[in-house]
Design a protein around this ligand. Structure first.
Ligand SMILES: Cc1cc2nc3c(=O)[nH]c(=O)nc-3n(C[C@H](O)[C@H](O)[C@H](O)COP(=O)(O)O)c2cc1C
Length: 178
């Protein structure tokens, strides 16, 4: 697990190769295996592979989503806040598991934040996506995870990258002895 966590990086350049059906299936399984508060599973996952739709999703917000147009897959993660008041946590866990499962298969992936972002002034990025993908009104969009075969190399994290000053022993301020 620690090796996978060190290997996982945000990959934003992808080869123009479709994912295999079994890779897509693994990513769906990872999402559906996510734990959720009280087991309420407030999330839904929309697996988008159509390049035309991915291009439209890549302009969901003005910055830091453009690379989605070259991805093989965008996993759009939404939830019904009426089912759980902690849907943000539930969807974030699911996004993390999709991201890690992609890394475990040597696929590149990157989280694209949608909740709290605007498509353009006065229009929520989530509303733009809901309109595009025919998502019912009651849902909120948390994030999109872009996935594809990596076309960039990023070094895995090493032990020396770990910010140990953020780890405390027994009470805040007592350094973790490492
Ligand atoms: C909650 C969250 C939101 C993020 N949103 C974006 C985003 O909208 N666009 C993007 O390119 N990267 C996004 N990222 C990726 C981060 O920029 C990346 O994880 C961070 O720079 C550390 O790099 P690493 O993932 O390679 O360790 C997001 C990551 C998280 C956890």
């Amino acid at each position: 697990m620690l090796n996978l966590l060190k290997k996982r990086r945000s990959i934003r350049r992808y080869k123009q190769t479709p994912l295999k059906p079994e890779e897509m299936q693994c990513l769906v399984k990872a999402a559906l295996l996510s734990p959720s508060s009280r087991g309420r599973q407030p999330w839904e996952f929309i697996m988008v592979t159509d390049p035309i739709v991915l291009e439209k999703l890549s302009v969901s917000k003005p910055h830091s989503a453009a690379f989605l147009k070259s991805a093989a897959l965008g996993v759009v993660i939404v939830a019904d806040p009426g089912i759980s008041d902690v849907w943000v946590e539930d969807t974030s866990i699911a996004a993390t598991l999709v991201h890690l499962t992609a890394a475990s298969m040597d696929l590149g992936s990157c989280w694209i934040q949608i909740r709290g972002r605007e498509h353009r002034p006065g229009e929520k990025a989530g509303d733009y996506i809901k309109n595009l993908l025919e998502i019912p009104e009651k849902y909120e969009v948390e994030a999109i995870v872009a996935v594809g075969y990596p076309d960039e190399n990023k070094a895995p994290r090493t032990e020396k990258d770990l910010p140990y000053e953020k780890a405390h022993l027994e009470k805040f301020g007592t350094p973790w002895p490492n």
